[in-house]
Ligand binder design. Structure first.
Ligand code: OAD
Length: 230
């Protein structure tokens, strides 16, 4: 059987494209309290603020492009003979724009909206507010298709099943602060090789067998070239 590979990405892979991470000194959570913009309670209390926060994030996608790290992962997917699962915590679309076929967005997507009435998930590229009509049922109110704190990330069963049988698990550009993603390294099977690529050791770095410290645009293309040669 050709080897099975799971890759987890976080905000660090998009940082050099110009998108802010969450926990840096200039990160998104420095300007906004999580409990004001990223919980179901915040949306119930002040929907206008939550819509505005994600409208700004969505607009910022227009000004950025995939970087060499995103492009290298898309190239790896094309070259990889075995099972390949790219799981991202990112809600941007830079993996897709780089050519990744089917990244699993476990924390949702900025370019989608979800209907609170019929639950349909629709593509959404414009600003969103409480008057935006659901394209599916035409009357329901829409919310950002984002997994907020206190909500269950998407497709967890599929992710854990694939982690259990994978041969290689690589985490890129994630601080290890947020579970369940921070615990994926503990969910791999006993034979899996585990590797972290990050600007600094993450909070769960000790759980990885190997580490490479540096910028994603340098580390990821070099690692992909190595894998493709072996
Ligand atoms: P964080 O902002 O917590 O962490 C980003 C990580 O990327 C840090 O460890 C940085 O050191 C690293 N980093 C920064 N620039 C880098 C670069 N150029 N190359 C490589 N690494 C770099 O972001 P996440 O771990 O993705 O969830 O955050 C996880 C979740 O917390 C997010 O999905 C979001 C947030 O709250 C929700 O909103 C549900």
């Amino acid at each position: 059987m050709p080897p099975s590979l799971v890759i987890l990405t976080g905000a660090g892979i998009s940082a050099e494209s110009g998108l802010r991470t969450f926990r840096a000194a200039d990160g998104l959570w420095e300007d906004h309290r999580v409990e004001d913009v990223a919980t179901p309670e915040a949306f119930a209390r002040n929907p206008a603020l939550v819509y505005r926060f994600y409208n700004e994030r969505r607009r910022s996608l227009g000004a950025v492009r995939p970087n060499p790290a995103h492009l290298a992962l898309a190239e790896l997917e094309r070259a990889w003979a075995g099972e390949f699962l790219l799981v991202t915590q990112n809600v941007d679309d830079l993996h897709e724009r780089a050519g990744s076929r089917n990244p699993l967005h476990m924390h949702g997507e900025l370019l989608k909206a979800r209907c609170l009435a019929c639950r349909a998930v629709s593509d959404w590229t414009e600003d969103l507010d409480d008057r935006s009509p659901c394209p599916a049922c035409t009357h329901g109110r829409l919310r950002p298709h984002i997994v907020w704190f206190g909500e269950m990330p998407l497709e967890m069963e599929r992710i854990y099943r694939t982690l259990e049988r994978c041969d290689l698990f690589v985490a890129i550009g994630t601080s290890g602060h947020v579970y369940p993603a921070a615990g994926f390294v503990e969910a791999v099977g006993p034979r899996a090789r585990t590797l972290e690529l990050n600007l600094e050791p993450s909070r769960v770095a000790d759980a990885f067998q190997e580490h490479r410290v540096g910028r994603a645009t340098e580390l990821v293309p070099a690692f992909v070239a190595e894998l493709c040669r072996s």
